[in-house]
Write a protein that binds this ligand. Structure first.
Ligand code: DO4
Ligand code: MG
Length: 291
């Protein structure tokens, strides 16, 4: 079952169950203390509660009549790094001084985890993601993203874009927070696939398409079977002596890195498609900034 936050043509924010061609509105007023999507996600039985809340009196809304919003309320957004061989190689290429750190973290027991964003820095479907004005080498990172409850349970999956300034990170690994965290540095959406049953990792393809002036300038593909870390292990490390009272999203790392001579331009469009979840498309903006 897929859930989303949408803005129907009437303007307000609604929580909906997402079908292929339409969405079904959930009536959250039926349950006490249930006001937003995360209240459902963080309940004991998110799928059962969502099914119960589907409003039998509301007509299905055609999917093209709604605007999908980022599926985030107050959760923190965290990210894991160097979880695919492709990312390990790319980081070692971009940084002379830190190459051995990336090499070691790929096989170490403790993963690389970093704070990525709060809700205010996150863009939903169709909203711009930003390239820093002081970066000349930036890429999107298409990442399978875990939805984690305050109790540390894996409750769902979505699509994440971990926008990254490779030149800033490559210059000095201590600049990682600036390479990763800034206004509109992350994309999330369009919906959350609830974690029900086993996930076929190899069948879970992740595709990236970057368009410039309507033409594709980079395409890449991987699948979750290529990832070197287990979800539960990443969650265990994230929540080790680190409470997440509002829950968290965790981007699980990129397995697709464009060639080293590629950088995003102002006006590009980034589309990330993950099997079973959908497609997250965001226009890219890079603009001058008053110093
Ligand atoms: O250490 C750099 C960040 C790596 C990352 O974001 C990724 O592998 O996805
Ligand atoms: Mg990343």
């Amino acid at each position: 079952m897929r859930l989303a936050r949408v803005s129907p043509s009437t303007g307000e924010v609604a929580v909906v169950a997402v079908n292929d061609a339409d969405v079904l509105r959930l009536d959250l007023t039926q349950v006490e203390k249930c006001h937003k999507l995360s209240d459902i996600l963080h309940s004991k039985d998110p799928a059962g509660l969502a099914r119960f809340l589907i409003d039998p009196n509301a007509a299905p809304i055609p999917i093209d009549d709604v605007r999908f919003l980022a599926p985030i309320d107050q959760q923190e957004v965290w990210a894991a790094g160097v979880t695919y061989k492709r990312s390990q190689i790319a980081r070692m290429e971009e940084s002379d001084s830190a190459a051995s750190h990336y090499d070691k973290v790929y096989t170490a027991d403790r993963p690389e985890l970093f704070f990525k964003a709060n809700a205010a820095r996150v863009s939903g479907p169709g909203q711009v993601v930003r390239v820093r004005h002081d970066s000349n080498w930036s890429v999107p990172e298409p990442e399978f993203t875990l939805v984690i409850s305050p109790q540390g349970h894996l409750v769902g999956y979505t699509i994440g874009n971990d926008m990254s300034a490779r030149d800033i990170e490559g210059e000095n690994p201590l600049y990682l927070p600036q390479a990763k965290v800034y206004n509109q540095c992350a994309g999330l959406g369009p919906c959350i696939q609830l974690a029900e049953g086993d996930l076929d990792k190899v069948a879970t393809t992740i595709r990236l398409n970057i368009e410039r002036a309507g033409k594709s300038v980079f395409k890449g593909e991987t699948n979750l079977g290529q990832m070197a870390r287990e979800f539960e292990d990443l969650i265990r490390w994230l929540t080790r002596e680190n409470d997440i009272p509002n829950g968290a999203f965790m981007m699980t790392g990129t397995g697709i890195v464009p060639p080293d001579d590629f950088t995003l331009h102002d006006g590009d469009s980034v589309s990330i498609d993950i099997a079973g979840i959908g497609t997250l498309t965001n226009p890219v903006v890079k603009e001058s900034y008053p110093e």
